[in-house]
Ligand binder design. Structure first.
Ligand SMILES: [Zn+2]
Length: 750
């Protein structure tokens, strides 16, 4: 059986083995590719924007995980096209439909990315272009294959122009319009060709060559070669749809044995059923049986004496009886209370989480479920869900409480931390005190929690904003306590803050403690999130583009548990299986970025070289930029010039300069904004301008002006300002030179 699967990274062991096989296919099938390029695949997957293409890898594998073929797709989200970089099968497997299965998948992906077309190169199938008989035969077979989908070479352009006189066998550029029936417009084709030549063949194609080829696209629409192998009526260009990658769900089938019958004990077995009933009818999920894991994983986050206490105490209590703690002795190790009912209080944090015959086996099985789901991520699955109860996030190293006995999130995070950096995001209504306490002194596991403020919400003693971690862990715990009344909008703001922290942490795995108790009407919460909110939250989390392990925590309004869980997973899958956000936030965030507002010695020189390297400014302008910095260094704020300097790992990658306009009450000029070409397209410009606006706003000013030239070279500058909320206020014709007017943009701060 053949399975087509997307490989998102080379972090998890399962994927590393797959990539090893892909590299070996590349080496044997594509002799012209350098060893270095082959090595870089892993990095390209992890850091897609480095090449200014998002790199997407699909493999065709059999059930024994043998890679039989693969395809590498490059996605350009700004221009909106996909480029098929490589597609290949292992030697001896070229038949058998592997190539068509991969190409079908590539076309489907291209459509789902909303790209306007799929492009790739194919060696010529004419004798003049390729006078070698064997190769010619192969090329013809290839072009015949693609023609069946309606994909044909672009003709009447200079794409096949040799770069060097000795070049022969120059490839055709093939266009697959994906059955949209739309012609290939010249403007779009030129953008595509420029991007491909400049980025993919940067070392090979001189700038004049790129210009020549781009300009050679004269027809509009661009012509494709007439059908040569397949009659037009026999073309099957339709894009097939197939099953999405599924989310695996591991269910604690022993959860129901843990049933506390007392009135008001809302943590009941029906919760799981409600969620399952909503999820399973959707083909999006596949359930896997839990595997058994040894105690060592549990003991890595819980104290041994605590684990053995729970095991014994649960055994010793009468069936159908609950032992509730009611005395809470000060935790003094040398004086453990003897009385069983008092001892429970020694290990518990509240009066409503009982010792119960089945609490231990149910919770222990929950740990197995969680680890099974975590193991799926290591095998390369993108989303796994441990649907377990009892929940776990209130359980600390040596304490149970809040319906929780063992901390599933912490066990999973500890397990995954051997393979990469792990962030735990707790979105239950109640503070995730358990994992906070367990990882409080560590910097390799980030803990973030959004919850009701402890002044009114359980567990009352932790979850304050100033709990940031200690020792090595300082800065690696983030609490976002929220007020009693919170709707979806207010919640999203907090979630976005939380997610930014996860991005900055550069997590490889995300563990989500999924509480459904922020929902409207939950008996233990006060917020009003709806199904739609859960879906948006899921999407925002999926946009990070990480492997996600979701672990079920609270949520007690039985009626809405199912719909809300389903909404959450729909949002999550939509984004995460696409590989994260295409534009802002996650994928293109600049890591290690530091902003500062004071100039340091040599900053005038650094600004000079930064401005110069952008290639955008004249020598006179560059001198002005440097001069402003010198002025600031000499006179300080009195100079009237203010700076925002962006450094990444000690290198100046961007800066902005602004100042009050003399003689005005509340107006500022934005004089400069420059971003290093290495990091362009990664929203540093937006970040800088936001920072300027914040500072200008804080000074009490209300209007910001930007002056720029009207020349065509500045079109992207104009688009940038319009994008960030500036409007064209005035045009002064012929200001800089005849035919070169001044455009004045303005933004009014609210
Ligand atoms: Zn809760």
């Amino acid at each position: 059986m053949l399975r087509i699967r997307r490989i998102y990274d080379d972090i998890v062991p399962g994927n590393r083995e797959i990539l090893r096989q892909v590299r070996s296919i590349l080496r044997t099938r594509f002799s012209q590719i350098s060893a270095e390029e082959i090595e870089q695949i892993g990095e390209k997957l992890r850091n897609p924007f480095k090449q200014r293409f998002r790199c997407i890898l699909f493999v065709a594998e059999n059930l024994r995980r043998r890679v039989l073929g693969f395809a590498m797709l490059l996605h350009e989200p700004e221009i909106g096209f996909c480029y098929l970089d490589w597609i290949s099968t292992v030697r001896g497997f070229s038949g058998g439909g592997i190539g068509s299965a991969l190409y079908d998948r590539i076309r489907r992906e291209t459509v789902s990315l909303k790209a306007r077309g799929l492009f790739f190169e194919c060696l010529p199938d004419e004798y003049e272009g390729c006078p070698e008989e064997a190769l010619l035969k192969e090329n013809r077979a290839r072009l015949r294959f693609y023609e069946r989908y309606g994909a044909r070479p672009i003709v009447n352009t200079g794409y096949e122009l040799p770069i060097r006189p000795e070049d022969s066998c120059m490839p055709h550029l093939v266009f697959d319009g994906l059955d949209r029936g739309k012609p290939l417009r010249r403007r779009f084709a030129r953008q595509v060709v420029r991007a491909v030549l400049e980025r993919k063949y940067a070392d090979y194609c001189p700038a004049e060559y790129v210009e020549r080829v781009v300009r050679s696209f004269k027809d509009d629409p661009v012509h494709l070669r007439p059908h040569r192998y397949v009659k037009p009526e026999a073309v099957q260009a339709g894009v097939t749809t197939g099953p999405q990658e599924q989310i695996c769900i591991v269910i604690n089938e022993r959860h129901a044995i843990h049933h506390v019958h007392e009135r008001g004990y809302v943590e009941s077995p029906v919760r799981i059923r409600s969620i399952l009933d909503a999820l399973m009818p959707h083909g999006m999920f596949v359930d896997l049986p839990p595997r058994k894991f040894p105690d060592k994983h549990l003991l890595a986050v819980h104290a041994a004496e605590f684990v053995s206490y729970l095991r014994r105490a649960c055994q010793d209590v009468d069936e159908n009886k609950s032992l509730y703690p009611y005395v809470f002795p000060i935790r003094n190790k040398t004086r453990l209370p003897k009385e069983a009912s008092v001892l429970s209080g020694y290990y518990c944090i509240d009066t409503f989480t009982p010792i119960h015959r089945n609490a231990y086996p149910a919770a222990r099985r929950g740990v197995d479920c969680t680890l099974t789901a975590a193991g799926e991520l290591l095998d390369g699955r993108r989303i796994a869900y441990a649907l377990v109860r009892p929940p776990g996030h209130h359980a600390e190293r040596s304490a149970f409480g809040g319906f929780c006995y063992f901390n599933n999130c912490a066990v999973a995070a500890q397990f995954l931390s051997a393979y990469g950096r792990v962030a735990i995001l707790d979105i239950d209504y109640h503070h995730g005190n358990g994992q906070q306490q367990i990882f409080y002194q560590r910097n390799d596991v980030l803990t973030v929690s959004i919850h009701g403020h402890p002044s009114f919400a359980y567990p009352y003693f932790s979850g304050f904003a100033d709990e940031c971690g200690e020792g090595d862990g300082e800065g690696f715990n983030l609490n976002l306590p929220l007020p009693e009344a919170v709707d979806g909008n207010a919640y999203r703001k907090a979630l976005q803050r939380a997610l930014r922290r996860v991005v900055d942490f550069e997590a490889d795995f995300l563990v989500v403690a999924l509480g459904l108790d922020p929902a409207k009407g939950d008996p233990t919460g006060t917020w009003t999130l709806t199904g739609r909110d859960f879906q948006v939250n899921g999407r925002l989390i999926g946009d990070l583009g990480l492997s996600v392990l979701v672990i079920q925590e609270g949520g007690y309004r039985t009626r809405s548990l199912g719909p809300n869980a389903l909404a959450f997973f729909k949002g999550l899958a939509m984004a995460a299986l696409r590989g994260g956000d295409l534009h802002p936030s996650a994928a293109d965030t600049l890591h290690g970025l530091i902003l500062r507002f004071e100039l340091a010695p040599q900053d005038d020189e650094r600004i000079r070289s930064l401005v110069q390297i952008t290639g955008f400014f004249s020598e006179a302008e560059i001198m002005v930029a440097q001069e402003l910095a010198r002025e600031r260094m000499a006179k300080g704020p009195a100079s009237g010039y203010h700076f925002v300097m962006a450094e990444q790992y000690g290198r100046l990658v961007g800066y902005a300069c602004f100042g009050p306009i003399p003689g005005t009450a509340a107006s500022y000029d934005l004089y400069w904004i420059a971003v290093h070409p290495d990091v362009q397209g990664r929203r540093l410009g937006h970040r800088l301008i936001q920072e300027c606006e914040r500072l200008i706003g804080e000074s009490g000013a209300t209007r910001i002006y930007v002056e720029t030239s009207q020349r065509v070279q500045y079109a992207s500058t104009h688009a940038f300002y319009e994008n960030v909320g500036y409007h064209l206020e005035a045009v002064i014709e012929d200001f800089y030179a005849p035919g070169d007017g001044k455009a004045v943009y303005c933004k009014v701060l609210s």
